[in-house]
Design a protein around this ligand. Structure first.
Ligand code: PAF
Length: 255
């Protein structure tokens, strides 16, 4: 696996071999969910490129950014063992030569669900994903359905800007107790980790959004939202102290 820490070098050496390219963008702290994206990319493409970049512009909360787990050496080993051909690990200066003056803004859906609670989050996500896609120029890019709103916004951005890439959604990977895998789970203290699977249990039940929200609050969560829309039930709730961990999840519901 080749590791590239310079966007300029990456662009210079970008292969024009005609081989299909799959791309898995990540913020590192890899778990089995990321691994499933890489496996799919390796299966469906001749070359797989991955990236690790903790994108500061998508964090509305500096404590969340500071607490974001970092496991770089382990991540490199995982990518290598899964067959990633090229790993891009850029710096802020390389990704934001404009200092974030140019931004990709979606003005409706990005203000709902997570966007209503994380100011500017999706502008940061869409901007970095557009940049990464323009650098890597993949045929396909892989995103986990745990961040379902993110997946929909990226899919529609690509259509809107006539970008020539297929956005491939990948199913949520869960712990045996139902907790959706997330890099942030590493920050759950033992008590919060024990409570966390109730999120999945409740959103899979026949309870109403209101009832689920109340039950989560009773269990000690600080609930951002529980909302059913377009055949899917979405939830975001914070748990634990020092650090507070924000968990999100979603399931398809019969409409
Ligand atoms: O889902 C993530 O890990 C991030 O939002 C992404 C897509 C890598 C952009 O920073």
């Amino acid at each position: 696996m080749k590791i590239c820490t310079s966007v300029t070098d990456f662009v210079k050496s970008r292969e024009e071999s005609g081989k299909s390219v799959g791309f898995v963008p990540t913020m590192g702290a890899l778990h089995a969910g990321h691994e499933s994206l890489v496996r799919k990319s390796v299966e469906e493409n001749e070359t797989t490129v991955a990236s690790i970049y903790v994108n500061p512009t998508q964090f509305d909360n500096q404590n969340d950014l500071a607490a974001y787990p970092e496991t770089l050496e382990q991540d490199q080993r995982i990518f290598e063992s899964l067959g990633v051909d090229l790993l891009l690990i850029p710096t802020f200066e390389q990704m934001y030569p404009d200092g974030f003056r140019y931004q990709v803004l979606e003005t409706e859906f990005a203000r709902n669900l997570c966007g209503a609670h994380r100011d500017g989050h999706f502008t940061g996500v869409l901007t970095i994903v557009m940049k990464l896609l323009n650098i890597v120029r993949p045929n396909r890019a892989y995103f986990g359905e745990k961040d379902y709103q993110q997946y929909l916004l990226i899919r529609d951005m690509v259509d809107t800007f006539f970008m020539d890439v297929e956005i491939v959604p990948c199913s949520i990977v869960r712990e045996s107790d139902g907790l959706a895998l997330s890099s942030r789970n590493l920050n759950l203290d033992p008590c919060a980790r024990k409570t966390a699977p109730i999120i999945h249990e409740l959103i899979n039940s026949s309870a109403t959004d209101r009832e689920i929200s109340d039950r989560l609050a009773e269990a000690g969560f600080d609930v951002d939202y529980v909302e059913t829309r377009d055949g899917r039930r979405f939830v975001a709730a914070k748990v634990g102290e020092n650090p507070v961990v924000r968990l999100i999840d979603n399931v398809a519901v019969a409409s």
